[in-house]
Design a protein around this ligand. Structure first.
Ligand code: NAD
Length: 245
């Protein structure tokens, strides 16, 4: 799967799954523009990609509307157009529903769902001009099955699934495919705070018996963005070791 001459935009590429997605595309020849808020972490992503000259970082917050236009413009300049958008940026603000603050609800919806909407809206015109436009949204298995203590996060990720299907139908006539990847329990900074007991409890529920890696997710994102995946749209692909069947 060569991505020579392909321009990719990844949100939240400064660490974790996003960093692995950037490296997977760059390793296959793509020009990749990625976003995030931490310039130091961005430099580490660029260095880890193996081809810094094909990486470009745009600092910003996906929940701010002006940032979406700026990121798309940068990707078009860097890659000579835009072929693939990966909406990966996401946050958690966990807590039980009865104690969940308005702010924790709004922040999670703002980044995970509204951010995905804003980036997609900003990128759509450019993706329609590409001979192989692709959108891959990173949701979560909890958006399918629910999770106590994550009403905000779960609602945002379920929203991303509905959004994916609606936009897939809207853009199908222009040969732009829109799919979602639903990671299960992946070892990143986001899940590092869970504690050993909670992690062991979760691991016991994974049929394949191990936590996932960022690379496990990145490889599926790359496949859905490839030319051979051109007949797949509106789908949600779990990458979860079998948690959801
Ligand atoms: P992470 O916290 O390690 O990294 C998140 C990335 O998003 C970082 O680069 C961060 O800078 C960026 N980001 C956060 N808020 C942003 C904002 N407002 N604007 C721009 N960038 C922002 O998380 P991760 O584990 O790598 O998760 C990546 C995606 O995968 C998220 O959407 C997450 O919800 C999803 N996911 C993760 C897991 C898991 O187990 N780690 C499971 C299911 C889904």
């Amino acid at each position: 799967m060569s991505f020579e001459g392909v321009s990719v935009l990844v949100t939240g590429g400064t660490r974790g799954i996003g960093r692995a997605i950037v490296a997977s595309f760059v390793g296959r020849g793509a020009h990749v523009t990625f976003t995030g808020s931490n310039a130091e972490a961005a430099a580490a992503t660029t260095a880890a990609s193996g081809a810094p000259e094909r990486c470009r970082f745009v600092a910003g917050d996906v929940s701010e509307v002006a940032h979406a236009d700026e990121a798309v413009k940068a990707a078009v300049e860097h890659g000579g157009g835009l072929d693939v958008l990966v909406n990966n940026a996401g946050i958690t603000r966990d807590g039980l529903l009865m104690r969940m603050s308005d702010e924790d609800w709004a922040q999670v919806m703002g980044v995970n769902l509204t951010g995905t909407f804003q980036m997609t809206r900003a990128a759509t015109r450019r993706l329609m001009k590409s001979p192989r436009g692709r959108i891959v949204n990173i949701t979560s298995v909890v958006g399918i099955m629910g999770n106590a203590g994550q009403a905000n996060y779960t609602a945002s990720k379920a929203g991303v699934i509905g959004f994916t299907k609606a936009v897939a139908r809207e853009l199908a006539g222009r040969s732009v495919t829109v799919n979602a990847v639903a990671p299960g329990f992946i070892q990143t900074d986001m899940t590092a705070g869970l504690g050993e007991a909670a992690a062991a409890e979760l691991q016991s529920k994974i049929p394949l018996g191990r936590l996932g890696s960022s690379e496990d997710v990145a490889e599926v994102v790359v496949f859905l963005s490839s030319e051979p995946a051109g007949y797949i749209t509106g789908q949600v692909i779990p990458v979860d070791g079998g948690m959801v069947m």
